[in-house]
Design a protein around this ligand. Structure first.
Ligand SMILES: NC(=O)c1ccc[n+]([C@@H]2O[C@H](COP(=O)([O-])OP(=O)(O)OC[C@H]3O[C@@H](n4cnc5c(N)ncnc54)[C@H](O)[C@@H]3O)[C@@H](O)[C@H]2O)c1
Ligand SMILES: [Zn+2]
Length: 378
C-alpha cells in the first residue's frame, strides 16, 4: 500500500492522504471510522457503479457498525448537472442527514465531481472521501479538490473547491471497468507525462498492451507515477492561482469538443484530441518546440486514443465554446501550453497564453481535413 500526502494551504497546516494499492478498499471501514467517528456516511454512486462497488462498501461499513445510506443517480456526463445535484441534496435532506454526515463518493470523475459538490454545499460543507473506480478518477479527478457540475453554457462552470479528507484508490475495482473507459483514463495519465515527465509518457505508450490486459503491476506503476505528478501540481498551487493551470493542457479545446458533442464524447477522448490540437497551437505560436505535436499524437495513438476532432466538427462552434472556458478572461480564451513534452510553457504568475482565434481556426481546420488516422501514422 502506498500513501501520498497532499498538503493544503492555511494554518495550522493541514493535509490529506491518497492511499493506493490492491485491496485498499477493504481498509475503508477502519479508515472511515477513524476519520469521522460517530458520523453518518452518505455513499454516493451512479446507478452502474452502485451494485458493483458502492453496495458492497456500504455493507462492509454497516457490518463494522457504521451508519450508512447509499444515494444513486443515473450514470454519465449528461447527468453531471444541477438537476442531479439538487435531487441528491433533497434525497439526503429527506433522510434527515445533518452536519454530522460524511460524503463518500464511489465512482468515476462524474460521481466525484457531483458528490464533491454535494459535500461542498450541503449544510455549507461536509467532509468528503473519494473512492475512485475509473482509471481517470484514480489518476486525476479524485485528487485536488475541484468539484462541480456542467451548465448549459459549458463544462464545470458551476462548482467549488472542496478538498477531500481522504482518497482511497484500489486498482482491483478496475476489473469491472469497460475497455473504452480504461483507455479514456489513459488520456489524463498521458497528460501528466506531457506536462511533467516525458519518460513517463514514453513508458505509457510502450506499456499499452500490459495496461489493456490489466496487468496488476503495470496498472499500479501507472497510477502511482500519475498520482505523484498530479499531487505535485496540486501541492504547489492548491487554489489554481498559477502553475496548476498546466493540468488544463488539452482541456480548452477538449471541453469545447465534449460540450459540442452533447457529452456523447468521453472526457478522456476529448482531452486526447484537445492535447494534440493545443500542442499544434503551441507550435504555431512558437512556444512549443517543433515536432512535439506529432510525437504526442504518436504516443496517444499507441494507447489507442483519438488524436483529431471527430469528422463533422464545426470549427466555429468550437471557437465559440472556448470563450466560455473557465480560464477565459474578458471572453478571450486562454490555453495551458507546452514548452516541449515533459515541460509546460509559462513562468511566474502567468501559466496560460491568449491565443488568437485565427490560429485556433487554422489548426482545427487543418486537423479536420486530415484523414482520421494521419496523426498517428507517423
Ligand atoms: N475534478 C477534477 O479535478 C477532474 C479531473 C479530471 C476529470 N474530471 C471529470 O471527470 C469526469 C470523467 O470521469 P470518468 O471518465 O471517470 O467518467 P464517469 O464517472 O462517467 O465514468 C465512466 C463510466 O464508467 C462507469 N464506471 C465507473 N467505474 C466503473 C467500474 N469500476 N466498473 C464498471 N463501470 C464503471 C460509470 O458508470 C460511467 O458509465 C468528467 O466530468 C471530467 O470533467 C474532473
Ligand atoms: Zn480532464
Amino acid at each position: 500500500m502506498h500513501t501520498l500526502t497532499v498538503p493544503l494551504p492555511g494554518s495550522p497546516p493541514r493535509a490529506y492522504d491518497v492511499i493506493l494499492g490492491p485491496g485498499a478498499r477493504h481498509t475503508l471501514p477502519e479508515r472511515l471510522a477513524a476519520l469521522a467517528p460517530g458520523a453518518r456516511f452518505l455513499v454516493v454512486a451512479d446507478a452502474t457503479v452502485a451494485p458493483l462497488h458502492a453496495d458492497p462498501l456500504a455493507a462492509a461499513l454497516a457490518a463494522a457498525g457504521l451508519a450508512v445510506d447509499v444515494l444513486t443517480f443515473p450514470a454519465g456526463e449528461a447527468n453531471k448537472t444541477v438537476t442531479t445535484w439538487a435531487a441528491l441534496a433533497d434525497a439526503a435532506l429527506a433522510l434527515g442527514v445533518g452536519r454530522d454526515a460524511c460524503v463518500v463518493a464511489v465512482g468515476g470523475g462524474v460521481t466525484g465531481d457531483v458528490a464533491g459538490f454535494l459535500a461542498a454545499t450541503l449544510h455549507r460543507g461536509l467532509p468528503l472521501v473519494q473512492v475512485p473506480t475509473t482509471l481517470l478518477a484514480m489518476v486525476d479527478a479524485a485528487i485536488g479538490g475541484k468539484t462541480g457540475v456542467d451548465a448549459a453554457a459549458g463544462k464545470n462552470l458551476i462548482g467549488a473547491f472542496h478538498h477531500p479528507a481522504l482518497v482511497v484508490a484500489d486498482p482491483e475495482v478496475l476489473a469491472t471497468l469497460p475497455d473504452e473507459e480504461l483507455r479514456a483514463g489513459l488520456a489524463e495519465a498521458a497528460k501528466h507525462g506531457a506536462i511533467a515527465d516525458a519518460a513517463h509518457l514514453r513508458w505509457l505508450a510502450g506499456s499499452s498492451a500490459g495496461i489493456m490486459a490489466r496487468d496488476a503491476d503495470t496498472l499500479l506503476a501507472l497510477i502511482r507515477r500519475s498520482v505523484e505528478i498530479k499531487v505535485s501540481f496540486v501541492a504547489a498551487d492548491p487554489g489554481e492561482a498559477g502553475a496548476r493551470a498546466a493540468l488544463n493542457f488539452g482541456h480548452t479545446i477538449g471541453h469545447a469538443l465534449e460540450a459540442a458533442s452533447g457529452y456523447s464524447l468521453r472526457h478522456g477522448f476529448a482531452v486526447a484530441m484537445g492535447m494534440v490540437a493545443e500542442a499544434e497551437i503551441g507550435e504555431a505560436l512558437g512556444v512549443t518546440a517543433a515536432g512535439e505535436a506529432r510525437a504526442l499524437a504518436a504516443a496517444l495513438g499507441r494507447l489507442g486514443l483519438p488524436t483529431a476532432p471527430p469528422p463533422g466538427t464545426d470549427a466555429e462552434e468550437i471557437l465559440r465554446r472556448t470563450r466560455a472556458d473557465k480560464k477565459a478572461r474578458a471572453r478571450a480564451p486562454r490555453y495551458a501550453l507546452l514548452a516541449r513534452l515533459g515541460r509546460t510553457h509559462g513562468s511566474g504568475g502567468d501559466w496560460t497564453t491568449a491565443v488568437p482565434d485565427e490560429v485556433v481556426r487554422t489548426i482545427l481546420l487543418r486537423s479536420l481535413s486530415r484523414a482520421p488516422d494521419d496523426a498517428t501514422n507517423t
